[in-house]
Design a protein around this ligand. Structure first.
Ligand code: 26Q
Length: 829
């Protein structure tokens, strides 16, 4: 490997680095003037927000430049985290916290008569993800920087992120998310960097001038990708990494030949088509959509990212041989799985490497994380669409497949069915390219996201690949960042914890175990309970102010917030609420302590059943909340537009966390961790990471119900009939009858019929089978909550025993077992 000699002089620090309040005030006013062209008296709140954001960003740049410089100089092994989604959440409060200037900034603004809290509230978050997978990517970016591991997050700069959810007449209405409208001050554009990405056209095969075989992909259209960088600061360190998101731009601003011949519209259309690629995030999770635009998005960002990595690599080397020593590529699900094909294409076609050498580089560099067990959620692309858009990548995919299937034949001679299952192309019916198979074949490591999930992966959806290469399979249980989800979301809990055990837990979450003895300290427990009550009060105030819903903070706050899905079983929760309501009508003093049942979550716009569940929640809320005979023993609330910002208000306010998916369906869940870390107890099934949470917090502090994954399988195997269950379940029958009666739909008896029929006739997620067990378990919850001391003790022990679920622990595992990447110290001059 030859090295180019190249080094930079150390970066020059700017003057805008002081963390002192007076300097922040001066720089704020300067930014207001120089960036916004305003002076204080006429500035709007958005001007103030942007001026403060630039003042904060100025203070991030020194770390960023120093990190880039150090990483470059040392040619450090860099993690490239490829993800179609990054849900990073609001940046202002987080960056203030990481820089340690929240209070100096607050005071600087206060002197100008501006409230920091107002500016924090004003910020609109970039919703560049659907849910768990996108948020996980953001937690991992936080942990990578905090653990000083050089990393780049590569993704797409969607102009429109996940839609904003509004509710009209109880129905979800999707509104375009124009998050860039008022400016996104955290990113830095690099229009000087552009990578071409081709779609369509054809491939010419022949020999080049030196007589070597070459494939040349020409024609079609070329779209350019240009990056926008957002710095990601590590906490308690000076390292900063980067989130690099690609925007699609047209090759030319206007096709001049078309323009000159008067075909102005064709020129504009071409431009629109190209730039459409990064226009909008697909708002469905757990579903491949088979849409050509989605395939183009995937190829676009993968190709840009790999070209970018090679470009950076070649700044120090003369050939891409050795690329895998410098980069560890992590595929966040199959959305970037085309990286396997594209890296091969770049190495072989563009850089002239022999196939075998390129394949070695590709597989040594690449690792794949799976996030789903639902077979219907595995991505596949129709072959004709693939060929049409990506003719050369398809040829390469065929060649990968040919060689791979040869290997399988040697290992399993005569097993044609296995061959057909493992092929990268599904030949049954309309041919399709199987992205999970591609990701497995091209990776040296394949992991699930919780112990149960990884185990089931090896037994079910990826079984054949496990048979072939068991040594490649591993588990990395998900984690969440305590900086955002405890420190920032729950400052009062943070202060209490820090007072009790010191502050080291924010970077070493296992230290929370030092809290164990405090569970039996009455004074501490009383303060812990106060902190919870204040978080509930704050949330209730916001809910009343923003949505006119009033909840009593002294009631049990029972929450289920996550994307709406049948497998997550929000309908199991609502049906239990209906059963409880009907019971309270019969026995006004039954039903245990007063509860506020809180829901939140978006439904994919095309997912009718999920939208109907949202309508049902509103229907039930309308009736229950208006029923004065209940004397506030039960209330139901739906919090619209669940996003990172709202989540940070919700998690601290929960007493009870609902994690009630059908066992074997939820890969991990991460909301379960965020709730428990904030002192909620969990009611849940043995699914995803619930299993490990329960093991760690102790089974006496976890409300378990429902069939296990194995029992679910057995139930289906012996022929499950929900109607039979219903015969012996009068409370469930009563609830379903109430839905059919029109009680929750202003007399419309047909409204919930699709939902009721699905449950009665098929019940694909075993709502009926688990109903009795769930109801009984909720009674245990009620009894437990009636003993506030015991409840608080359990809540404290939950917090004390959740240290394992830090994303820092997850990232340490990835770094040591999969990436072989280590920390790099960054020194500020
Ligand atoms: C794919 C193709 C076309 C359109 C959309 C998609 C798509 C988009 C998003 C498919 C899946 C997703 C997101 C999946 C997701 O969020 N999965 C969750 O990942 C979490 C982090 O590992 C887990 O905790 C959850 O259990 C899992 O459901």
């Amino acid at each position: 490997m030859t090295e180019k000699r190249r080094s930079f002089a150390p970066p020059v620090p700017t003057s805008r680095t002081s963390l002192d309040s007076a300097e922040i005030e001066k720089d704020f006013l300067e930014n207001l003037f120089c960036q916004q062209g305003k002076f204080h008296e006429v500035a709007t709140r958005n001007d103030h927000y942007l001026a403060l954001a630039y003042t904060v960003r100025d203070r991030m740049l020194q770390r960023w430049v120093a990190s880039a410089h150090t990483y470059f100089d040392q040619a450090s092994r860099t993690v490239a985290y490829l993800s179609a989604e990054f849900l990073i959440g609001p940046q202002l409060d987080h960056n203030l916290m990481v820089l340690g200037i929240t209070e100096p900034a607050r005071q600087a603004l206060a002197r100008l008569g501006i409230s920091l809290d107002d500016l924090v509230l004003h910020e609109e978050e970039p919703g560049l993800g659907n849910g768990g997978l996108g948020r996980l990517a953001a937690c991992y970016m936080d942990s990578l920087a905090t653990l000083k591991i050089p990393a780049i997050g590569y993704g797409i700069r969607y102009e429109f992120g996940i839609f904003d959810q509004q509710i009209r007449d109880g129905w979800q209405v999707e509104v375009a998310d124009r998050w860039l409208r008022l400016g996104f001050p955290w990113e830095i554009a690099h229009p000087d960097i552009e990578h071409p990405v081709r779609f369509g056209g054809h491939v010419e095969h022949g020999d080049d001038a030196e007589g070597r075989y070459r494939a040349v992909w020409t024609g079609g259209r070329v779209v350019m990708g240009t990056p926008y960088d957002t710095p990601i600061l590590g906490y308690g360190v000076t390292n900063a990494n980067v989130l690099r998101l690609w925007q699609a731009i047209s090759v030319q601003s206007l096709d001049l030949s078309a323009f000159n011949t008067g075909d102005h519209y064709r020129a504009v259309e071409e431009r629109i088509a190209s730039e459409t690629i990064s226009r909008v995030l697909y708002p469905s999770d757990q579903a491949y959509s088979g849409k050509a635009l989605r395939l183009q998005q995937q190829y676009f960002f993968v190709s840009c990212s790999l070209q970018d990595m090679i470009r950076i690599y070649l700044q120090k080397h003369t050939s891409p041989a050795g690329f895998d020593a410098r980069y560890a590529i992590q595929l966040n699900d199959t959305h970037p799985a085309l990286a396997v094909v594209e890296l091969m294409r770049l190495l072989v076609d563009e850089h002239g490497l022999p196939w075998d050498e390129a394949w070695g580089i590709t597989t040594r560099a690449t690792a794949y994380t799976n996030h789903t067990l639902l077979p219907e959620a595995l991505e596949t692309w129709p072959l004709p669409m693939f060929r049409e858009l990506l003719p050369r990548p398809l040829e390469i995919l065929y060649e990968i497949n040919r060689r791979f299937l040869d290997d399988v034949r040697v290992r399993f001679p005569g097993d044609d069915e296995r061959l057909a299952r493992m092929s990268l192309v599904d030949e049954h019916g309309e041919k399709r390219v199987r992205m999970a198979n591609l990701a497995c074949v091209g990776s040296h490591s394949i992991n699930g996201v919780a112990a149960l999930h990884s185990e089931l992966l090896a037994q079910t959806v990826l079984r054949d690949f496990h048979d072939l290469h068991p040594e490649r399979f591993t588990n990395v249980t998900n984690g969440v960042t305590p900086r955002r989800f405890v420190q920032l979301a729950n400052p009062e809990l943070t202060a209490l914890l820090t007072e009790a055990i010191g502050s080291s837990w924010t970077r070493d979450l296992e230290r929370l175990s030092d809290l164990e003895p405090f569970a039996h300290d009455a004074a501490f427990a009383a303060r812990f309970a106060e902190v919870k009550l204040r978080a509930k009060t704050r949330f209730a105030e916001r809910l009343r102010r923003d949505h006119g819903i009033s909840l009593d903070p002294h009631t049990l706050f029972d929450m289920q917030v996550k994307r709406i899905h049948e497998y997550k079983r929000q309908h199991l929760n609502v049906l239990r609420v209906v059963a409880l309501y009907l019971k309270l009508k019969r026995e006004p003093h039954g039903g245990g302590p007063p509860r506020s049942v809180i829901f939140g979550g978006k439904a994919a716009p095309g997912y009718g059943m999920a939208k109907l569940i949202i309508r049902l929640i509103h229907g039930v809320a309308e009736v229950v909340n208006a029923d004065t005979t209940l004397q506030s023993r039960l209330r139901v609330a739906f919090v619209p537009d669940f996003n990172v910002k709202n989540a940070m208000l919700l998690y601290p306010a929960a007493d009870l966390s609902e994690q009630i998916s059908t066992a074997g369906k939820e890969a991990s869940g991460t909301g379960n961790m965020k709730f428990s870390l904030n002192g909620a107890l969990t009611i849940g099934t043995l699914d995803g990471a619930n299993v490990e949470i329960r093991e760690r917090v102790g089974k006496e502090h976890f409300f378990l119900f429902g069939l296990t994954a194995a029992e679910v399988e057995a139930r289906w195997a012996k022929g499950y009939r929900p109607a039979e269950v219903l015969e012996h379940a009068p409370e469930l029958q009563g609830a379903l009858e109430a839905l059919r009666s029109g009680l929750f739909s202003r007399g419309d008896r047909g409204m919930y019929e699709p939902l009721v029929r699905s449950l009665v006739e098929v019940d694909p997620f075993l709502v009926c089978a688990d109903f009795a067990s769930y109801l009984e378990c909720q009674e245990d919850v009620s009894r437990a909550f009636s003993d506030p001391r015991a409840w608080t003790r359990s809540a404290i022990l939950n917090v004390a025993r959740m240290g394992y679920f830090s994303s820092d622990r997850s990232i340490r595992e990835y770094a040591s077992r999969i990436w072989r990447a280590g920390p790099v110290d960054v020194v500020l001059d």
